[in-house]
Every structure is written in C-alpha cells, then in structure tokens.
Design a protein around this ligand. Structure first.
Ligand SMILES: C[S@@+](CC[C@H](N)C(=O)[O-])C[C@H]1O[C@@H](n2cnc3c(N)ncnc32)[C@H](O)[C@@H]1O
Length: 225
C-alpha cells in the first residue's frame, strides 16, 4: 500500500478542500461483515468453473494468497503477486486470456479506466471483471490527490464512465467497499449523464450513486450472474 507522509497529506487536504470540493455529506452502506471479495471470487470460480485468474494490484497478497484456482497471475510493481510490473507494462506484453480479473491497482479514474479496457481485451468469453473500491462513503475517501490512509480513490468515475458503453453490462455490488461487476455483453441499462466525467464531483455521486453505479445487493447479484 502506497505510503504518504504527514506533510503531503496536509498539503493535499488543503488543496482539495480549497480548490476542488468541500462537501460534508456522508453515506451509510450495508457492507456485509461476513462476505468480502474473497468469498465473491471463490463463488464465481466455482459456479463458472473458471481456471485463469488475474489480479491487478496485490499489495501483501491479502487476496491473492486466498484465491484457489488452477492458474493465478498477480501484477504489482511493488509487492505481492508473481509479476513485478505496472499494469500498463503487463498488458503491453501479455498474450494470455483470463476468466476472472480483479482490478485493485491504481485507484485513480484514468488509470482504472485503462486497466478495465485492457482487461476487456484479454477476457475469455463468459469471463468477468471485478473492480474494487467503487463505493466511497465520504469526500475524504475519494479525494484525488489522496490525503488519508483509508482510501477508495475516484474509481467510481471509471464505472460511471463505462456505464455509458453499449457493449459492457455493469453493476456494482454493495459488498466490501463496493465491487464493480463488468461483463462483455450488451448493456441492458445504458447510463445517460448530463456532465463530462471530469466535471463530476463527490456531491453528484452522493446524490446519484445508486443509478450512476447500478448498485445491487449480493442476493440480487447471485440471481443474475
Ligand atoms: C489496495 S492495494 C491491493 C490490495 C489487494 N488487491 C487486496 O485485495 O487486498 C493496491 C496495490 O496496487 C499496486 N499498484 C499501484 N499502482 C499500480 C499499477 N499501475 N499497476 C499495478 N499495481 C499497482 C500498489 O503497489 C498496491 O500494492
């Protein structure tokens, strides 16, 4: 996990609150305590008999070491996994296809969007892409540049952006900081928004996150997958 020093945190916070946004609303999510990304990935692997897993951003292998599957690839430039590269370098050289891809590397919109689009290119038919940290509950948890330790970044903007794509069907499951669920099939509910993504603020997300992200419960997700 990236470390930022105290001085940098203070500078980033002042900059963000003065020049980007200062909004105090806080959301309350019902993330189940006993069902996380680990259980969801295990469920999908067993249900679909998946054999090839890719994780972007592995940190200390908190997740990577718990995924039980025939073949695992974990990409991280700093620690964990089994490929010491950035996601961009990995995708540039990769020729392998995957059944299930978990994206949890950079948490900044442009890079997350790039990681999703690159993942789509190496996803097997009937494969699935999962994106961690889609549901920040407060401005400070999504602020870029970052100024706190517990942080989701603005991953949610990548989901909102791609929800407008006719060929990607996307939901966000209300578990474990919000997990984006992406399938390479016709979009059954194309999102229409009246602002360019770069102009979206946390306040827009606060007021519209359910429709922006197409949020569903774990029970409902299991019914449609
Ligand atoms: C939040 S941690 C991952 C946690 C882990 N996936 C889990 O489920 O517990 C984010 C990781 O992404 C890595 N990372 C940051 N930028 C990246 C990039 N461009 N490509 C791949 N990994 C990246 C960081 O080094 C860090 O280890």
């Amino acid at each position: 996990m990236e470390k930022i020093n105290k001085f940098r945190k203070i500078i980033n916070k002042i900059y963000y609150l003065l020049f980007i946004e200062n909004f105090k609303g806080k959301l309350r999510f019902n993330f189940p305590l006993n069902y996380s990304r680990i259980e969801l990935i295990d469920y999908l692997i067993k249900k679909n008999k998946y054999s090839d897993y890719l994780e972007i951003g592995c940190d200390k292998n908190q997740l990577f070491s718990k995924v039980h599957i025939k073949s695992k690839t974990g990409v991280d430039p700093v620690s964990g996994g089994n490929v010491r590269k950035t996601s961009d370098h990995f995708f540039l050289e990769n020729k392998k296809k995957f059944d299930i891809i978990f994206i949890d590397g950079s948490h900044i919109y442009h890079q997350v969007k790039k990681d999703i689009l690159n993942s789509i290119d190496c996803l097997n038919d009937n494969g699935i892409i999962l994106v961690h940290d889609c549901m920040p509950d407060s401005l400070s948890k999504q602020a870029v540049p970052r100024y706190r330790m517990q942080w989701n970044g603005d991953v949610w903007k990548a989901i909102v952006d791609l929800r407008q794509n006719k060929n990607l069907n996307i939901f966000t499951c209300e578990i474990d900081q919000g997990i984006g669920i992406i399938k390479k099939i016709k979009n059954t509910s194309v999102l229409k928004i009246n602002k360019p993504i770069n102009e979206l603020k946390f306040e827009d997300y606060f007021n519209n996150y359910k429709s922006y992200l197409r949020v569903i419960s774990l029970d409902d997700l299991k019914k449609i997958l």
